[in-house]
Design a protein around this ligand. Structure first.
Ligand code: ATP
Ligand code: MG
Length: 361
């Protein structure tokens, strides 16, 4: 997908060539390297990948576990363990707790009597989530009253669930950073994230107090060191009462780190490629105040932004479809308040263009 494409675009200037394994007919990374079209766990394709490449990495966490054994002896980064943990929410929360990252109180639930017990133990309101394969808020249901929980398993596909306290958060922040082979790290400033219909809409470089930045750096270091992680990783947090609560992590480059492409001397994609190839990661200070708006479902109105010198357009070459991420725009400003204003104006412009187009259809 687009993450693979942007990893490739960032790696080419470093002299890295790419081969992409993707079952899609025409993935958007095709123009950046060779495309092997096969299922992710196809033994022949994996053997070919292993033979052709010095390094294997991935841009999504749901890589089937067996892939790693077939790839051997080419050691993929991130390693199997990090993906194994990130694929299942109970393992993920346990990994957070093991390194001292606070989380909302939670329980695994397998049947209705577990659900009743969880409501009694944790109190309401709660949120129920499928333990695997959740994304963009899918596979979740809020439980505000006991009657909301009577058909949870039917609603969520009769799979094992987890229930956790609904956090009355002040905001959602994420930390994105990269850990190199030698354990050194480049950790970007926190991003503040706003979702629309469960999909990330907007991220901007957050300017919270130093305590939150310190907590984020500490949590990033603790988690990635415990996993001996190599590459870029993101942790999503809720901010509640001055504390960062871990929600989930992504063992890959992350949508909330896209602003680093135009806001940092070395972005999350370049640093991921550097790390997995055994190169040092690139440090540096932010150029200013940066933010990002996702182009979801359509890209109309974006051409009007070409004349704005503070806007950087990134299109993925994907065909439009409702809810699909087709591109993003990064905005660079010289103050936090200017950035906020510009993001508001640009988001409003894109919304108007979208509505005008919808009326024409
Ligand atoms: P994505 O892959 O898009 O990050 P996801 O489907 O993996 O999302 P989560 O990140 O766990 O799922 O949840 C999606 C959103 O639902 C969160 O960003 C947050 O807004 C809300 N949410 C999830 N869990 C809680 C909670 N315990 N308390 C309050 N809000 C929550
Ligand atoms: Mg999330």
């Amino acid at each position: 997908g687009q993450l693979g494409r942007m990893l490739g675009l960032a790696g080419l200037p470093l002299g890295v060539d790419f081969v992409f394994l993707d079952p899609a007919e025409s993935p958007c990374a095709t123009f950046v390297g060779e495309h092997l079209r096969a299922p992710y766990d196809d033994p022949d394709a994996l053997a070919k990948l292993s033979a052709q490449c010095d390094v294997v990495t991935c841009e999504f966490e749901n890589v089937p576990a067996g892939v790693f054994d077939i790839l051997s002896p080419t050691e993929p980064h991130p390693a199997k363990q990090a993906l194994h943990i990130a694929q299942e929410r109970a393992r993920e929360k346990t990994a957070f707790e093991a390194v001292g990252i606070p989380v909302a109180p939670w329980r695994c639930v397998e049947n209705q009597s577990d659900v009743d017990q969880a409501i009694e133990d944790l109190g309401l309101p709660l949120i129920a989530k499928t333990r695997t394969m959740g994304y963009d808020g899918k596979g979740q249901q809020r439980v505000r009253a006991p009657e909301d929980a009577t058909d949870l398993f039917e609603q969520l596909g009769n799979v094992p669930l987890l229930m956790e306290r609904l956090v009355p958060f002040d905001s959602e922040l994420s930390v994105v950073g990269t850990r190199a082979v030698d354990g050194s790290k480049v950790i970007f400033p926190l991003s503040q994230n706003v979702h629309r219909d469960g999909i990330l809409h907007r991220s901007e470089q957050a300017h919270p107090d130093q305590s939150l930045q310190r907590q984020a750096r500490k949590h990033f270091a603790a988690l990635t060191d415990s996993l001996n992680y190599v590459g870029t990783l993101a942790i999503e947090f809720f901010v509640s009462g001055g504390l960062l609560l871990g929600n989930e992590f992504a063992p890959r480059v992350h949508n909330s780190g896209h602003w680093t492409q135009d806001g940092m001397p070395h972005d999350q994609f370049e640093n991921h490629i550097r790390a997995v190839c055994g190169m040092p990661v690139g440090a540096g200070s932010p150029y200013g105040h940066s933010g990002m708006i996702n182009l979801i479902g359509q890209t109309c109105g974006v051409e009007d932004l070409l004349g704005h010198s503070d806007v950087h357009i990134h299109l993925y070459g994907k065909s439009p479809r409702p809810g699909r991420k087709l591109g993003h725009v990064n905005v660079l400003a010289n103050s936090a308040s200017t950035l906020r204003e510009r993001l508001n104006d640009i988001a409003a412009h894109l919304d108007r263009a979208y509505q005008a187009q919808a009326q024409q259809v």
